[in-house]
Design a protein around this ligand. Sequence first.
Ligand SMILES: [Zn+2]
Length: 410
Amino acid sequence: MMPSNKSVSDAPIVQFTNCQILRNHQLQREDLWVREGKILNPEKLFFDEKGSADIQLDCKNSIIAPGFIDVQINGGFGVDFSLATEDIKSGISLVSQKILSHGVTSFCPTLVTSPPSVYHQVLPQISIRNGGPHGAGILGVHLEGPFISQEKKGAHPEHHLRTFESGAFQDLLATYGHLGCVRIVTLAPEMKRSSEVIQELTRRGICVSLGHSVANLSQAEEAVQQGATFITHLFNAMLPFHHRDPGIVGLLTSDQIPAGRRVFYGMISDGIHTNPAALRIAHRAHPKGLVLVTDAIAGMGLAPGKHTLGQQVIEVYGMNTYIAGTKTLSGSVATMDSCVRHFLEATGCTVEMALEAASLHPAQLLGIEQQKGTLNYDNDADFLLLDDSLHVQATYISGVQVWPQDTFAL
Ligand SMILES: [Zn+2]
């Protein structure tokens, strides 16, 4: 038998030099090595393969961080994922292309409460796919509603809200029609029969998130014990913190979380949805669970004016988004990179923590940290070059520069 040498590849090796890379929770003066779309361990390369770089790129002292992962984005650039069209694919493609410039390398397209006909039309058209020059990767859909609280419906249309009836999980299946591409479901855990639904979604590997809810703390803890792992936009659309019953917010410091489990929580750090002091409270209480989300709507990336969010008309004034004629906030027009910068400034946390809240933590939430969300060896080479103030200079997916596309593409 000939000794096999198949693990060694002929693919070009790229060495990113003169940079600080985020690894093991710290920015480190190290080079980043990439081959065949993966982060390469240079020691193995030197000692086992006697290999070296084919291409060296001077990063001019940039920060290199894992690509951002947005697990709640309703649309952007004029596209509303909740508006069923015959061709939702082209809308998703446009958004996935445009968010590359904001450092997002993968995301969960999010649908707000919609009539069943919309889910039935839209969901079969969405497929999970890798990112690339065509756009950010799609990790699966986030369905926010319709099994949520009337009292905390926020921008969701009341007449399309639903409850679990005799069928519980069957009701959910009948409403959505198709769970193949679904990654996250946001529901209100105080709803009758929600625990069997939470268990069934969890059993199928779908992440259950608690939100748009009036749950008290013990209802929230029970939901976590049944399998829920996420909280949808903490503080927004839930009971405010009360010291005798802190509600869902109390999960951040609960002693009833099963051993070895971590509850994550989404935060819209756009300077509008959450006061900086509230951001700091959440971050200081439970820093490792914080997941930055944009909750962006169709108006993100466009001039202020009238846009849609599913069945509702939204008016955008500056950074504020309201259901037309009301003061009800409805999603944001913030980009992910601006949320990271605002979070850093508002909390005074470290650069590392701000970057991990948009990369490592969402990857851990979805259980994909062995592929994405870190710059660990053998992970996907999805990463960003950023300047000191965390403005994105370049975005890479699978080791290929995908934004800007006009300069030194590999
Ligand atoms: Zn919401």
